[in-house]
Design a protein around this ligand. Structure first.
Ligand code: GLU
Length: 520
């Protein structure tokens, strides 16, 4: 086989918001494509109209864009081709519903070669078969035995078939599963797998009723026509692999068939069972990249809205089931591209750890420039009705950065850096605003007023402590009094950090206000 240019695809069905497991599949495809200098295709598999959910396709596109894993070919939210492939290779359209004209011919080809057949059973007939099997404690499958007792092109006369094909619309084309054949398969993650076809059923490939293919046919035909070289997808598709191998064989495409890699599932934090779409609400962390508002108006939280950086989210996802084989944990998208390999993807399920997700965000926050964080924090301040100088906000952030995991934490950690207290905690006042303590504050105020604005946190701390101790005043009590005046409560950042941030003038003003409000 000649070396082909790497082309991989992410092929979601727009049946709802993309779960983080799906984003990880997209990410691994992207990393693989970029590492091999190849193409990452986004194909929308929307042939199952019963499961179609409005808005899901836009959600998928927006989620990938937020993560920075942009397709080279595919559709944008308006259904336009993101990048046109070479005119010699018209790979698109990339939405299967727009390709519906393509599939019938391929299904008919399989009938002609004896690999598929027309099935005329009505839903009622199949339901009766199922009931009959159940009454005998068995499950009905459409296979080599049962197919010969049903109405299809293998059991009916040619004339009868032609009459039904022309005159009815309830028929389907089914794959004729070969008898007692061992399918030998290779998976890039799981190694060699073999399955006997006697355990498999005759899947529907194409339906006359809506003139649409099923997932199996559309998926194989499109992977072939789009010249996909590796199929990297979730483990839930592993049971379909023998059929897919057989379809490639039936079409005579086995020499150019893609290689397969099935990714393990994401597990709940307990390690017990698969991480499901509902776990987020139950366990208190998002399982979706972006917030999702269902067509019924139900809101489900997302990583973006919870304040995660896309880089942190992507980094965390990459490490769910893969690692670079060394100590590194923080890798940017280009570094991930460099380090990624399917060989290092684990076979077992990857346990999701919401604490690790937070750890990643904290690390990314720590690495972000203060000025960028300030910019991201402005809307939080705005929501509080505050419009502050970006240079001031940047300075404040440099002081509290280490205490934050999310940008919004800058506010919750120390609102008094951005807004003077207008009230004082009653309990703290009762405890600390006592004459023997606040009696020293006017002198402390004068001392602070003498500081130069250029003093750093360390110098302020040293000078202030030295001054209070030198006067033999009770350090802790005076400090608590001062903190109450500056923050409105007796807990919070170090006094020197507060003075350094808000400045000498504001410090003095707050002490005066405390005296005015709390009295002597
Ligand atoms: N449409 C399938 C899905 O929703 C694609 C599976 C595959 O990648 O083959 O996951």
């Amino acid at each position: 086989m000649t070396e082909r240019k790497t082309r991989v695809r992410f092929a979601p069905s727009p049946t709802g918001p993309l779960h983080i497991g799906g984003v990880r599949t997209a990410l691994y495809n992207y990393l693989y494509a970029k590492q091999h200098g190849g193409t990452f295709v986004l194909r929308i598999e929307d042939t199952d109209s019963h499961r179609f959910v409005p808005g899901a396709e836009q959600y998928i596109i927006e989620a990938l864009r937020w993560c920075g894993i942009n397709p080279d070919e595919g559709v944008d939210e308006n259904g336009k081709v993101v990048e046109t492939a070479s005119p010699k290779h018209p790979y698109g359209p990339y939405r299967q519903s727009q390709r519906r004209g393509i599939y019938r011919e391929y299904a008919e080809r399989l009938v002609a070669s004896g690999n598929a057949y027309y099935a005329f059973d009505t839903p009622e007939e199949l339901a009766a078969k199922r009931e009959e099997a159940e009454s005998q404690g068995q499950t009905f499958t459409y296979n080599q035995v049962s197919r010969m007792q049903l109405r299809n092109s293998l059991t009916l006369s040619k004339e009868e078939c032609e009459r039904l094909l022309a005159g009815t619309t309830g028929w389907t084309i089914r794959f004729k599963m070969p008898e007692n054949t061992v399918v030998e398969m290779d998976d890039l993650i799981r190694g060699h797998i073999s399955v006997n076809t006697d355990t498999l059923d005759d899947k529907v490939l194409w339906k006359r009723a809506d003139e649409l293919p099923t997932y199996h046919l559309a998926n194989i035909v499109d992977d072939h026509l789009m010249e996909i070289t590796e199929v990297i997808r979730g483990e839930e598709w592993l049971p379909s692999l023998p059929l897919h191998y057989l379809l490639y064989r039936a079409f005579g495409w086995q020499d150019s068939q893609p290689r397969f890699a099935h990714l393990s599932l994401l597990l709940k934090p307990s390690g017990q069972g698969k991480l499901s779409k509902r776990d987020g609400d139950k366990l208190g962390f998002p399982v979706f990249p972006l917030e999702w508002v269902s067509p019924e108006g139900e809101v489900t939280r997302g990583y973006r809205e919870d304040g995660y950086f896309p880089g942190a989210f992507v980094n965390m996802l990459a490490f769910l089931g893969w690692n670079p084989g060394d100590e590194r944990e923080i890798l940017s998208l280009p570094e991930l591209v460099e380090a990624f390999s399917l060989e290092r993807v684990i076979k077992s399920g990857a346990r999701f750890n919401p604490e690790k997700a937070k750890w990643y965000n904290k690390e990314y926050l720590r690495m972000s420039p203060d000025s960028e964080l300030a910019e991201a924090f402005m809307p939080v301040l705005k929501a509080q009705g505050l419009e502050l100088d970006p240079a001031y906000v940047t300075k404040a952030i440099s002081v509290i950065k280490d205490r934050a995991t999310f940008v919004a934490d800058f506010w919750t950690a120390a609102p008094y850096l951005f807004q003077a207290p207008s009230s004082f905690n009653e309990k703290d006042c009762a405890k600390f605003w006592k004459e023997e303590n606040y009696a020293h504050l006017p002198e402390v105020r004068e001392h602070i007023a003498s500081y130069s604005g250029a003093m750093e946190v360390g110098a302020i701390a040293e000078s202030l402590e030295g001054y209070i101790k030198g006067n033999e005043w009770p350090l802790g009590k005076v400090m608590n009094c001062l903190r109450l005046a500056l923050t409105g409560a007796a807990s919070g950042l170090g006094i020197a950090e507060i003075i350094y941030t808000i400045g000498i003038g504001e410090t003095v003003r707050r002490i005066d206000y405390a005296f005015k409000t709390l009295g002597k």
